[in-house]
Write a new protein. Structure first.
Length: 208
């Protein structure tokens, strides 16, 4: 599956799973954290604007509201639209249709797609809200995971970090409080210098 895509529910085979089970399956090393205040603001945003995590199009203004970058990576010649719900009148969050943009170039991926009918001010509110509720990085957890991935020769660009940003984050690890750290394998070493926040061990790792 693509990095910005999810399987459509009908194809997942996991229809019997509950939200409670998903919550209990939260990854213990998730590098993102969210405070109660941030969580309350996220809840208010979802209640007012609906889910803004996919591609959102405003039929009233003719503008894409969310998902601009996802659209750039799609193969326009191999996409189709599939709607799971449609309504002439917008609901409380402005939605008039929800579904998927199906990208069939290579491996088939489903990108969540939503059509809204809102005024210009609400459109701008949605654009800002879509980028404002991600919580904060847990710096020590993030740097620990990035160092391990970089040493394993993972494509860090696909993970979301350019070489320069990755090197900057890892070099700051020495300023963080001590914590557990998995040392890099010798065969994965490269040219960029890092220091373990736990033991101050220095090594070379090569981010891609």
């Amino acid at each position: 599956m693509g990095i910005f895509s999810r399987k459509a529910p009908a194809e997942s085979g996991l229809e019997s799973m509950t939200v409670t089970e998903l919550r209990e399956s939260a990854h213990p090393q998730n590098p993102r954290r969210i405070t109660q205040d941030q969580l309350d603001r996220l809840r208010s945003s979802v209640e007012k604007y609906g889910d803004l995590s996919g591609i959102v199009y405003n039929r009233r203004t003719g503008h894409v509201v969310c998902g601009h970058q996802r659209l750039k990576i799609m193969d326009a010649e191999h996409t189709s639209f599939q709607f799971s719900s449609e309504s002439e009148e917008p609901d409380d969050t402005g939605s008039v249709a929800t579904g998927w943009i199906i990208d069939s170039a290579g491996e088939v991926t489903h990108h969540p797609y939503r059509v809204v009918d809102v005024d210009d001010q609400t459109e701008h509110e949605m654009m800002i809200a879509a980028n404002a509720h991600g919580g904060d990085w847990q710096a020590d957890v993030l740097r620990h995971q990035l160092a391990t991935l970089a040493a394993a020769d993972v494509d860090m660009g696909a993970v979301g970090f350019a070489d320069e940003e990755l090197a900057r984050l890892l070099k700051r690890a020495a300023d963080e409080a001590p914590g557990e750290f998995k040392d890099a394998e010798p065969e994965a070493l490269g040219v960029t210098e890092y220091q373990c926040p736990s033991c101050s061990h220095e090594w070379n790792g090569k981010p891609r």
